[in-house]
Every structure is written in C-alpha cells, then in structure tokens.
Design a protein around this ligand. Structure first.
Ligand SMILES: C[S@@+](CC[C@H](N)C(=O)[O-])C[C@H]1O[C@@H](n2cnc3c(N)ncnc32)[C@H](O)[C@@H]1O
Length: 256
C-alpha cells in the first residue's frame, strides 16, 4: 500500500457515503464507467471479479447485465458496508468481501471470465500493480478478459487545480513523478467533491507491467474524454474538460 497523509482505507472509509449511488453522479460515471461496461460485454453467464469495487456501483451494473456471478472486493470496510447495505435493500446475489487486492488469498486459478479494476491501480505503485496484473491473469480462464481504468497520466500535467477534476502535482514532472502520490478531487454533478489520489505512472509503465506479468496480446487502449453527448447533457459541468485526456482504459484478453 502507498502511504500518504491519510491511508487509502481511511480516505474511503470516511468518504463512502459520498460514493454511494444508484445512478450516474460522479464525472467518471459519465466519462469512464460506461466504457468499462461496454468493454466487459458480453457479460451474460460470465463469472466476474470486480477488484476495488467500492460501494458496488459497477458490480451492480455487471450483474444486471446478466453475469452469472459477481464477486466484489475492496480494501475499505466503509465501502463494503455500503455495498452490502444496497445488496440487502435490492438483492442481486452479488458477493462482497473486504480485502486488499495486492494481497489476496484463496482465489482459484481460472475462476473468472472477466476481471474489472475501475480506478484501483491509481492507489498502488508500479511494482505492486505488476504483481496484481500477474495474479489477475492466473484468476482468468482462457479466453477471459481484464478491463481496467486509471486517471490519464497526462492530466495532472495539462490541467490546473480546477473543477470538476484535477490532481495536484506539486511541481513534479511527468517522469520524475513516477510512483509519487498526487492528491486530487473529482466532482459529482450536484457540486459535491470527492477526494481521489493517483500514484502516478507514465504511460509506458502500464505496457511494461502487462508484459512483465505475462500478458502476450496487445491491449485495447482508450483515452477517455468528454464526448458531445456529455456537453448536450450538462454544458456547465463538462465543458471545462473538453478536449482533455481524462482516463485511460485497458482491455486485454487472456489467449486460449
Ligand atoms: C476511485 S474508487 C473506485 C470504486 C469503484 N471501482 C467504482 O468504480 O465506483 C477506488 C476504490 O479502490 C479501493 N482500493 C484502493 N486500494 C485498494 C486495494 N489495495 N485493494 C482493494 N481495494 C482498493 C478503494 O477503497 C476504493 O473503494
């Protein structure tokens, strides 16, 4: 885990009520998560692991899309409590466990057809990420797929500390900031801010990690951004980010 003024667990334990939602609310609910779901398809009858599942916003959509099973794992007890409370209110048969994705025991090889990690790797250093990516490969069945998103590594270097999304780089440079923790904020559409953090990794690090962890095929990479439909929906909220790289999505298949 990456040490900061507050641990990741503390940040999410205290912010968990702000994350709890059943409809799109955060900036990235519009600009990132729909693309993750798209890249995980087809989900029908698939066994899915959601690493760093938070309060289950994505896990619930995966299950609703027809997944046979969904296991959500998150470091934060507060986030898992929120996820379980929603599962109790509206049962979908999703299993949630509190656990550290960097040190998971007891998952079987080839137990999943899909693994998602939505904004998990911005909480760990490069070498730790490589080991998680290696484990994910072993947990996937042949033909399975891993989809993950991270903040776009260029964003902190292109953007000041302005709503509705930023990371503070505190004078660091793109390469020298490798594995440094950049604190930031992301906005909800109702104006509420949510604290986020990014253990910065230059672009090449993701490719190195996939290669070093034994992935052999080319990942699909998407640079996620504000789209015209976002501007149509809420110009005031999305326009400050127009034409800027917000998030990176990687989708990679485990070959048969
Ligand atoms: C930005 S939130 C995203 C939550 C969820 N994936 C979503 O898209 O709504 C990041 C989540 O990663 C979790 N997390 C951070 N480090 C983790 C780790 N080492 N193991 C498991 N979860 C972790 C945090 O507790 C938090 O819930």
């Amino acid at each position: 885990m990456t040490d900061g003024p507050r641990s990741t667990r503390e940040i999410y334990d205290s912010a968990s009520p702000k994350w709890a939602r059943n409809e799109k609310l955060l900036l990235s609910d519009f600009t990132a998560r729909p693309y993750v779901l798209e890249q995980l398809e087809p989900l029908s009858d698939r066994r899915v692991l959601d690493l760093g599942c938070g309060e289950g916003f994505v896990a619930r959509q995966i299950k609703a899309a027809g997944a046979a099973s969904v296991l959500g794992i998150d470091l934060s007890e507060g986030m898992i409590d929120e996820a379980r409370a929603e599962e109790k209110r509206n049962p979908q048969g999703i299993e949630y466990r509190q656990g550290d994705a960097t040190d998971l025991q007891g998952l079987s090889e080839a137990a999943f057809d899909r693994v998602a990690a939505v904004f998990l790797f911005n909480y760990v250093a490069s070498d730790v990420m490589t080991e998680v990516i290696r484990s994910v490969r072993s947990w996937l069945a042949p033909g399975g797929r891993f989809v993950f998103t991270v903040p776009h590594p260029s964003l902190p270097f292109m953007r000041g500390e302005e709503p509705p999304f930023f990371f503070r780089r505190d004078g660091a440079g793109y390469f020298s900031a490798r594995d440094k923790t950049l604190e930031g904020s992301i906005w909800r559409r109702d104006g509420v801010t949510v604290p986020v953090r990014c253990v910065h990794k230059p672009l090449e690090v993701y490719f190195e990690a996939l290669g070093n962890a034994g992935w052999t095929c080319m990942p699909k990479v998407m640079e996620l951004r504000v789209q015209p439909e976002h501007i149509d929906l809420d110009r005031d909220f999305f326009e400050p980010l127009l034409d800027q790289p917000l998030h990176l999505l990687f989708s990679v298949e485990k070959q048969e």
